[in-house]
Structure formats: structure tokens, C-alpha cells
Design a binder for this molecule. Sequence first.
Ligand code: NAP
Length: 437
Amino acid sequence: MDKKTGNNYIGIAVLGLGVVGSGFVKALLEEQRAVTVPGSPNVHLTHVLVRDVEKKRLVDIDKDLLTNDFSAIVDDSETNVIVEVLGGEEPAATFLEQALSSGKHVVTANKEVVAKHGRKLIEKAQANNVEFRYEASVGAGIPIISALQGSLASDYISGIWAIINGTTNYILTSMASGGLDFDGALSEAQVLGYAEPDPTNDVEGFDARYKLAILASLGFGTYVDPSEIYCEGINSLHARDFKYARELGYAIKLLAIAREEMESIQIRVHPALLREDLLLAKVDGVYNAIQIQGERVGRLLMYGRGAGSEPTTSGLLGDVAEVVRRMASKGEKVAIVSEERQKALKPISDLHTSYYLRISVLDQAGVLAAISQVFAKWDISIGSVIQKESDDISQTAELVVLTHVSKESAVQQAAKEILGLAEVESIGSLIRVESDV
Ligand SMILES: NC(=O)c1ccc[n+]([C@@H]2O[C@H](COP(=O)([O-])OP(=O)(O)OC[C@H]3O[C@@H](n4cnc5c(N)ncnc54)[C@H](OP(=O)(O)O)[C@@H]3O)[C@@H](O)[C@H]2O)c1
């Protein structure tokens, strides 16, 4: 990295020096060319914010650059760009608002902050004539944000189907291929460093929900509040569900889905059965994939590593390079979507799809008739029923039912009534089938 020379440099401060921050700082120190173009000013690392300045770091860095005082950064006139990789909502959201108000460009990988505070931060950036960029917040190095803001911005997006959480996709892949149950697959992912010691954000679907809020806001030009997105995690799935789904020709994935339906948007995160021949069904391990349906572009799939220091650094460097190019050319800013809501979000109860139910029943005559009667009462027609292994000791058997397209509210009511039948022990799983991908 070049030394400061007169006014011909751009000062970059980094907030956070963990997994991502270390990779980004290393790349910035070693590869100036990654963020500059011929004729543009050189970049210079001005500060790195951490909690503990004494901690041993993954990257070789001049200790004088480390600080735990954000005001030393925001008040520094030689810092033009702030790259935020702290994680979590606070203090990151407050820091970024202060940075933009002070006329600093901001680049972040923090999906929680973008999903919850993006609108306010975009407005703040526009008011202060600076950039607010967040490519790495969804899919790490997959360039989906700039595609939605740029090449795809003139198309009419009607659907987004995404596998955007590598941790859960790794767990589901292990459950499907290794026959592991949820706890075993989670422990394996933790040992390999693919899951956090506290995996709540990933396995409950919250991380995917933040990312979907960002994608849907851009894709549909309608601000989507993440708390309004229906969200179901993966922790109630069983290894048996993967076996039965495979017998029926399906894979099970945690999908983040946003679809335009008339004047509203159906938006949800939940495990879903996907026909095995679909490309999304073949996305395994920690990989991510985002499928877009555009009126002109048709179906488009972006696939890649959605986490990790290197891919995330790629997304961050691209954003910083764009800021540097614009500062060098004093070019116009691209419009960043920040629109008033035009479309309502559709409640999950209005969803129409097929459903997979795994029902544990007493192994006796008349059970199927009783269950069929409940489905008929709620106008749900059954596509197929398979009876799985019976347990001689407990005298129970499992029924796997695949319904035809039905209304969510009717299926939920029917499930409640079926659970109340004397012949039924439990409903092990109720999983939506995503057939229109
Ligand atoms: N990890 C990935 O693969 C990945 C991929 C895409 C996006 N992201 C996003 O990137 C961000 C960073 O993730 P990460 O995995 O690098 O996190 P991390 O390893 O936990 O690192 C966080 C860093 O921020 C510092 N920090 C946290 N709170 C602070 C505070 N209040 N004041 C000062 N410093 C503070 C920590 O300082 P100390 O080191 O002193 O504790 C640490 O250096 C998150 O928003 C994450 O969602 C991560």
C-alpha cells in the first residue's frame, strides 16, 4: 500500500478485524490495484476499529492503526471511506449513520443493518451526496446487488428463489446425504466452522430473512421490513423426511422466496420440497444460489460461495473500487432503490401450494379414511399417500401424504383437526412443496 502523498490519496478505515475484516485488510494492504484504476488516487488504510487492541490478529498490521474509539475515525478528515464488518445491529447502525452524516462513503457486509436500517441509511447517503454500498451483505462475493441495481434494474422482476444461508444448506445436505439427524448435522457443521457456537440466526432462518428483505426491496422496488417476512427454520426436520422426499423425487432446501402475485408480494423463508431435477435442488453444501425471474431476462441463476473471508472480501473490494472510481471521475451516483411501498405483503395464510405431511398413526383399519375425511372437509385433495414402516411394539405406522395445491390456512386447520383424531399420534413434519421454481 502506498504512503500518503499530498492530497492524492483516499483514506479508508475498516470497522472490525475478525474473519472478514482480516481478509479485507490483508487484500487492501497487498493489492492496491484491486481498488484503483489508472489515474485514480491511491488508497491508504487510516484506522481499524476493534474491541480489543491488544488481541493477536490474523493479519500482520501496524498496531498504531488499531483503535477502539470510533470518534477518532469519524472525526478524521483524512478518512473518506468506511468499510463496516463489525456485524450485529448495534453499534454498527449508529456508526454508519454518523459516518454518512459526516460525509464519508460507506461500504458494509452487514445484512442485519442493511435489512433493518437500509432505507434510513440510503436517504442519509443521498442527503450527504455520498455512497452507501452493500454488495457483500447478500451472497458474499456473488454480485447480485449490483446486478439488481444495474443490468436487471430495467427488467420486471416477478420472482426470487434463493438459497442464501450456507450454514443451513450444509446441514440440510448432511441430513440428506449422510442420514444425520438435525443435532448431528449441526454439530458436524460447528466442528468444521460452518456454524457459529450459537447457531440461532442461521437455523431459525433469521439470516436468510435479512438477505431476502434486501433482495426483495431491490427486486420489487418496494421497501420490505424483515420482521414482516414469514419465517420458519430447519430445526424440526428429521432425517426420515429427506429419505421420504427422495423416494417421491424431491430434495429439501431452506428457501427464501419472494413472488409477485397481482398487486401484492408473497414473501417467506421456510424449508421446501423441490423437484430433484431443478438446478436449485442441486445446490449443496455451503454454496448459495439466487434465482431471479425477469420478464425479459427470463430465469437467471447466480451460484457461488455465499460466505467466507475471501468471497466476502471480493464483494467489499468491488464496492470500494466503485467508490474510488466515482471519486476519481466525480461521476454521477447510480440511483439506489429507496421507494415508497407500492405493494402489500401477502400473508402466509393465503399461500397456495402442495404440502408434504408426515403423520404418525395407530396401525389399524380406518385411519386413512378418518384422515381423508378431514382433508375433504377442508377441500384439500390428496396427490399421493405412502405408508411407511410400522413399529410392531408401539403398533404405530407413518403415513406420508402429498397434497395437491391447497390453501395454507385450510391445510393448517386440517392439520390441527388431524392431530385431534384418536388414531393419530403426531404430525412429524409439514413442509411446503415449491413447484413453480
Ligand atoms: N463471516 C462470513 O463469512 C461473512 C460473510 C458475509 C458477510 N459477513 C458479515 O460480515 C460482518 C463481520 O463478520 P465476521 O465473521 O468477520 O465477524 P467477526 O469475526 O465476529 O469479527 C467482528 C469484528 O468486529 C469487531 N467488533 C465487534 N463489535 C465491536 C465494537 N462494538 N467495537 C469495536 N469493534 C467491534 C471485533 O473486534 P475484536 O476482534 O477486538 O473482538 C472483530 O474484530 C458481519 O456483519 C457478517 O454478517 C460475514
